[in-house]
Design a protein around this ligand. Sequence first.
Ligand SMILES: Nc1nc2c(ncn2[C@@H]2O[C@H](COP(=O)(O)OP(=O)(O)OP(=O)(O)O)[C@@H](O)[C@H]2O)c(=O)[nH]1
Length: 553
Amino acid sequence: MSSYIRKKDTRRAIRFTILVTGSQGTGKTSFTNALLDQNILPHRYENKTNKNIPKTITFSNLSSITAAELEQTFDPSLSNQEPGIAITETSIEIIDEDDSKILLTVIDTPGFGDNLNNKICITEICNFLEHQFDYVLAEETKVRRNPRFEDTRVHVCLYFIEPTGHGLRELDVQSMLQMSKYVNIIPIIGRADSFTKNELANFKRNIIQDIERFKIPVFQFQADESETDPEVIEESNYLSQLQPFAIITSDIEATIDNKKTRIRKYPWGTIDINDTNFSDFPILKSVILGSQLQDLKDITHDFLYEAYRTEKLSSVADLQGEFTDSMISSSSNAITSNEPPSMSNLAEIANSRSMAKFDLQKKQVDDLSNSLSKSTIQEESEINDTTHNNDDIDDDTSKAIKRNSMNSELSETASQSTLAKPPQIEGYNKTPNSPQSSVASNSPSFSGHYQVPQSQVDPKKLRKISETVPYMLRHENLRTKQAKLEELERQHAIELAKRAAELERKAKELKLRESVLKERLNQSKNITDSTDLSKSNVSITSEATAFVDTTEE
Ligand SMILES: Nc1nc2c(ncn2[C@@H]2O[C@H](COP(=O)(O)OP(=O)(O)OP(=O)(O)O)[C@@H](O)[C@H]2O)c(=O)[nH]1
C-alpha cells in the first residue's frame, strides 16, 4: 500500500469495514497498525497525545462509571464496577497508484471481555451490527433515496482468540455464534510467537474442534462450485487448510532486503512479521484486502443482509395482514388517531411493531391509497438504481481493478498438485445459490485428525495481490451476481406492487361501503323528515278545523 490519504473524495472508493474484536492484549491494535502500515492507533498503555484517538460510536456499561474514570485512577472501591464496552471507528482511505481507492473503516471494541459479565459486550456489538443493517433497509424502502447514503455494514469480523493453547472459551463461542448472524467471522490467533510449532498445531486443532462442536459458522475459503480456475481453487484450498490464521504483529518498522516491513525483536533474534514461515499476517492481509474482499462484501449483502431483510419484511408482511384484516372487520369501529403505514418506513415499523396498533380511519385510508399508488410507481422507477446506490463499485472502478494471476510456474504446480480436499468448518459456502443452512448440513466437518498443512503451496507463490492494488475483483462472478441482485430487486418490486394494489382495492371497497352507508343514512333521514312533515300537517289540519268551528259558532 503506497499511500494513505485522509478522507477527501470518496465518490469512487470501495467501502470496506472490518470489525476487530477479542480480549484485551491479544494484539488487535498492533494488527490494525500493521494492516494500515501506519502506527495510527494508540495502545491502551500509551500516551495518546500524538495519536489519532478513534471516534467513539457507542459506549455502554452496567454501572454509572465511565471508561475514562476507570482508566485514570485505580480505586479499589470501584473494583466491582463494570468497565463496559465502547465501539470505536477509524476510517482511512487507501489509494494505489492507479487511483483506485478503498475506504477502509476499522471498528474496535475496547472493553470487550474486561467485564465480570460480558453479555453486555456481545449485546452491544450485535446491536451495532444490526443497526447498520437497519440503516440500509430503511434506505432501501424509502420512496426517495438519499444518493449520498453511506453503507456502513461490517463485512468481516476478525475475532482474536487469546493465545492460551487450550481452545475457545465460552465468551469466544457465544460472541462468534451471535455475531455470525450479521457478519463474516474469521478467527485469528494473535501473538502466535507464544507457541512452538507443535503447540500451535495443537492449539489450531483444539480451536477447530470447538468450532465444529459448537457449529460456529466461520467464513469458508472454499471456492465456488462454479469456479473453474485451478489457481483460485488451489488457493482457496490452501487458505481453508491454514485457518485459523496465526499471526505475529508489531509496531516496529524496519527495512529488510530493501523492503519495508515490521519486526519483533527478541533477546535471541528478530522476526519479520511478513515472513510466512512464522506468521500468517501477510496472507491474512492479502486475503481481506485482496482476494476475498469482494466475496466478503457479497456474502454480507447476499446472505447475511438478505436473511435479515427477509426476516424483517416478513414480520412487516404479517403485521400488514393483520392490519388489512382489521381494516375490513372494523369498518364501523371508532376512529383512532394512529398513523397509517407507509412503504418508506418499513424498517422502523418492523422494529417497533407499531403497525399492530393501526386501526381503520376513513381519512387515512384515502391518504394511504394515494401514497401507495405513488410509491408503487416510484419504487419501480427507482428499483434499477438500487444496486448502484447500495454498492459503491461502479463500472469505472471495476475497470481500474487489476486481476493479478499467478505466474506460469504456479499454474504448473497447480495442475500437478494432489491436494487433499481441505476440511471445512460448518458455515457459509460462498456460492450465492446455495443457502447457508443447506451448506451447513452438507459440508464435511473437520475430522479429529486434522493436521496443520505443511505448506503444500508456497505462500510466496500465492496469487500476488499487488501491494499497490490491494484488492481484486472477480469480474465474471461480479456480473452474474449483479444480475441476480437485479432480479431479486425486481421480484421485490413486483411483490410490493401487488401488496399495494391489494391495499388499494380494499380501500376502494371500504369507500364504497362508506358511500352505501351514507346513502342509507340519507334515506332514513328523509323518511324521518317526511314523517315529521305529515305529523305537522295533521296538527295544522286539526288547528284549521278548530278555527272553522269557532268561526261557525
Ligand atoms: N509477543 C507478541 N506480542 C505482541 C504481538 N502483537 C502485539 N504484541 C504486544 O502485546 C501487547 C498488546 O498489544 P495490543 O496490540 O495493544 O493488543 P490489543 O488487543 O489492542 O490490546 P487492548 O487495546 O488492551 O485491547 C503490546 O505490548 C504489543 O506490543 C505479537 O504478535 N507477539
